[in-house]
Design a protein around this ligand. Sequence first.
Ligand code: AMP
Ligand code: ZN
Length: 113
Amino acid sequence: MACLFCRIINRELPAGIVYEDDEVLAFEDTAPQAPTHLLVIPKRHIATLNDLEAGDQALMGRLPLVAARLAKERDLAEDGYRVVMNCNDDGGQTVYHIHMHLMGGRRFTWPAG
Ligand code: AMP
Ligand code: ZN
């Protein structure tokens, strides 16, 4: 399996896993852009937002729930945090297994660069 994140799911690559359930995995980003920078992913391989189908609604709905739970656990909820999903080249996507960035612990600017 060539996909980096599928290899993390299958424990073929090490990662700082912070959350796992039957459908979702969350782990530390190896190039953190904030004091907290986690990636929340579905365990099923979906390459980009463009590949989502109607049947993925419940699965994808779990990502922000997990992100919010992790943010609360890290005491980020009140000050705030940012969640981001990049899609394809112009969106800045570099790993083609859909993922939600959870970043916190500093102030972010808007619009995003
Ligand atoms: P994106 O640019 O939105 O596709 O985000 C991909 C993210 O994956 C980047 O923030 C990378 O730092 C991160 N990343 C790449 N390889 C790994 C890895 N092996 N373990 C954890 N995070 C990774
Ligand atoms: Zn994958």
